[in-house]
Design a protein around this ligand. Structure first.
Ligand SMILES: Nc1ncnc2c1ncn2[C@@H]1O[C@H](COP(=O)(O)OP(=O)(O)OP(=O)(O)O)[C@@H](O)[C@H]1O
Ligand SMILES: [Mg+2]
Length: 357
């Protein structure tokens, strides 16, 4: 027995010659919101469908609440599901839609009434109980979809891109609502998205998938601050990459120097670094500071020239060419003004420069 509410052990699922899931190992703890994140086609929905029972793995096993459900049909797994096309029944009212899963489970009318009212309160839609779906906004329909998935109190809630039909503003609002709802219910949830901002904002942990495999599992901070591969660093957030060679490592292994052409850049030393080995250095564009050319140099401060500026509202995005034609993307406060062609100094914050070996 372990603390996992859901566990995939060595799950492989093929479609013809495509390996959609390649030996997936994933444990989702009780009460945890785990997000499967990755580009289109990487196998997220396939994994979710292995949990629901819509896919039967070719190899490996699926456990829910400690029980091997690999051969248990979907309707016996007691899961709540919300999908991208959360089709509500158009001819039924909000009440009828939420009541539906209880009807097919043969629950009596009085109990149904109570459970539906409770679910409608949970999503703050009591006043809309008699409305039809066409009279609701996209966000309201989405909430009804959630209520319909939650009304029979499933052990687990599975959500596959549930916000992808909504506009950007509503998506952002709904993130918080979903998180809040899941917290209030204390339910275990698996959330599928290709939107990294959504994953970082919502999740307790994120499993990043690439080509049918899980590349890294961690908290949003771990994934963002310590990506374990170039793919992860590139996929999540913005990154500058510089290729160089490790030239020295401090004896306490706190810091190291990576030589990129003639630049000596101080980085946080990683466990696998070795002097003389190639190193891929990465830093987030908001961890590079810009100064005027008269600024005194400190650690990791190099001269450069502004090539391009893009205004982003709360910040500016600068393309900077360093002395040896290395290019960096820098994002900083839009109040600090530099011009295209201006000579500047850049500082790559040493405790934010990491090496992906
Ligand atoms: N029923 C199926 N028959 C054949 N191939 C499939 C089937 N389902 C998925 N695949 C293939 O498996 C791979 C993974 O698909 P999956 O739907 O899991 O991706 P995804 O990560 O959910 O992508 P998206 O973000 O676009 O929804 C894809 O190459 C897809 O074409
Ligand atoms: Mg999908």
């Amino acid at each position: 027995m372990n603390d996992y509410m859901i566990e995939l052990r060595d799950v492989t699922k093929r479609f013809g010659s495509i390996v959609a899931n390649n030996r997936i190992n994933l444990g989702i703890r009780r009460g945890e919101l785990m997000t499967l994140l990755g580009p289109s086609g990487c196998g997220k929905t396939t994994s979710l469908r292995c949990i629901t029972g819509h896919n039967i793995p070719d190899e490996g096993k699926v456990f829910i609440d400690g029980i091997d459900v690999t051969d248990v049909p979907t309707h016996k797994r007691e899961l709540g599901m919300v999908f991208q096309n959360f089709a509500l029944f158009p001819h039924m009212t909000v009440f009828g839609n939420v009541e539906f899963p209880l009807m097919i489970r043969g629950i009596n009318k009085r109990e149904r009434g109570e459970l539906v009212e409770e679910a409608l309160q949970l999503i703050r839609m009591e006043e809309y109980r008699s409305h039809h779906p066409r009279q609701l906004s996209g966000g309201q329909q989405q909430r009804v979809g959630l209520a319909r998935a939650l009304v029979y109190r499933p052990k687990v809630l599975l959500l596959d891109e549930p916000l992808s039909n909504l506009d950007a503003k509503l998506r952002e609002e709904m993130r918080f609502e979903i998180r809040d709802l899941i917290d209030r219910m204390g339910i275990t949830a698996v959330y599928v998205t290709h939107d990294q901002a959504e994953a970082l904002a919502l999740s307790d942990r994120v499993a990043v998938m690439n080509r049918g495999k899980i590349e890294q599992i961690g908290t949003p901070t771990e994934i963002y601050d310590s990506p374990q591969s170039r793919f992860i660093a590139d996929f999540i957030g913005l990154s500058d990459f510089l290729e160089g060679t490790v030239s020295s490592i401090r004896s306490d292994r706190g810091a190291a120097i990576v030589k990129v052409d003639d630049l000596e850049i101080q980085v946080v030393a990683g466990p696998n670094m070795e002097v003389g080995k190639r190193a891929l250095l990465f830093v987030r564009p908001n961890n590079v500071e810009l100064f005027s050319k008269t600024h005194e140099g400190g650690t990791n401060t190099f001269p450069g020239e502004v090539e391009k500026i893009t205004y982003l509202g709360d910040r500016n995005d600068y393309r900077i060419k360093l002395s040896n034609n290395i290019r960096l993307r820098v994002q900083s406060d839009s109040k600090a003004l530099f011009r295209v062609g201006e000579e500047v100094k850049v500082c790559l914050l040493p405790d934010q420069c990491r090496v992906i070996v």
